[in-house]
Design a protein. Structure first.
Length: 290
């Protein structure tokens, strides 16, 4: 199943129902959300959910929600007050294309739309309502002070400072890893798996690939080109940010990414053959070129 193609259709449908508000705001939302990308987070939702027996239809809402939240975070991260990046996915960042005020509002609106989609219809069955409430809580926790927002704050505070590997790992686990881990757990929750060996296995898997993803980002900031990665190469060094490559060197960072991939795959034992698709995604995370 081509999950990337599916989520593109789901996102298009979601963004076509954004109401009769500001045309410029809706254009900024569509520009950012439909502007390409790896769609790793929704792919994780689909892959985990299907492995645990969920239908694709039941996974569309959490898959869309997590990608909308991811896009909102990219819009805000790129702002001059944050990472001050002018390029995203090979195009001008949202604030460069629409202005800072519209970019802030587009991010806010995408986050609101994500939770609206995840909450679902008012006339849902009680069992579905329980699963959706669990997913809302997971997503809220994944992007709050103990997740993505807290990690971004940590990142801003660390500019120009010397962190040890332990502190850097904690920052990466929150800033980038938390939403990836949440994507994995959303797929499980949609399938009704909220405890037990499979839940704990997926928790470990998500934590490992979330960290591996950010380590690979650090590597690509050094080895990639602006055209290949779709954003300004070398930005971390230019901003004097602590990274795995600055602390461990390129060889050490690559070894750390591979160690997290191995950790992720080892965690999947309770899933048996159902975990094969997730093993492939773990390999993609550290093998990608953008």
């Amino acid at each position: 199943m081509d999950y990337r193609k599916r989520i593109e259709c789901v996102l298009e449908g979601t963004l076509s129902q954004t109401g009769s508000g500001s045309t410029r705001l809706v254009e900024a939302m569509r520009y950012s959300a439909l502007g390409g990308g790896k769609r790793l987070r929704p792919t994780l939702v689909y892959t985990v959910g299907v492995a645990l027996g969920a239908s694709l239809e039941s996974l569309d809402d959490p898959a869309a929600a997590v990608e909308l939240v991811h896009v909102y975070s990219l819009i805000h991260d790129d702002l001059p007050a944050m990472d001050n990046d002018d390029l995203r996915r090979g195009r001008p960042s949202c604030h460069k294309a629409f202005g800072e005020a519209s970019a802030i509002l587009a991010g806010d609106a995408l986050q609101a739309l994500a939770f609206e989609r995840l909450a679902g219809p008012a006339n849902q069955l009680p069992e579905e309502a329980v699963h959706r409430l669990a997913m809302v809580r997971l997503l809220a926790a994944g992007i709050g002070t103990s997740g993505m927002a807290g990690g971004q704050a940590f990142d801003l505070e660390s500019v120009g400072r010397k962190l040890d590997v332990s502190a850097l790992q904690q920052m990466h686990r929150l800033k980038t890893g938390a939403l990836i881990e949440t994507s994995v757990l959303l797929g499980a929750a949609a399938a009704g798996v909220l405890s037990g060996p499979k839940w704990h296995a997926l928790h470990e898997f998500g934590a490992a690939i979330g960290l591996a993803f950010q380590i690979q980002d650090d590597i690509l900031d050094v080895t990639g080109t602006t055209d290949a990665i779709g954003k300004i190469a070398g930005a971390d060094a230019a901003h004097d940010k602590p990274t795995y490559t600055s602390l461990m060197g390129l060889k050490g960072a690559k070894a750390a990414a591979e160690a997290q991939r191995a950790r992720a795959c080892a965690a999947l034992t309770p899933l048996g053959t159902a975990g094969k698709g997730l093993e492939a995604l773990a390999g993609f995370v550290i093998g990608r070129a953008n």
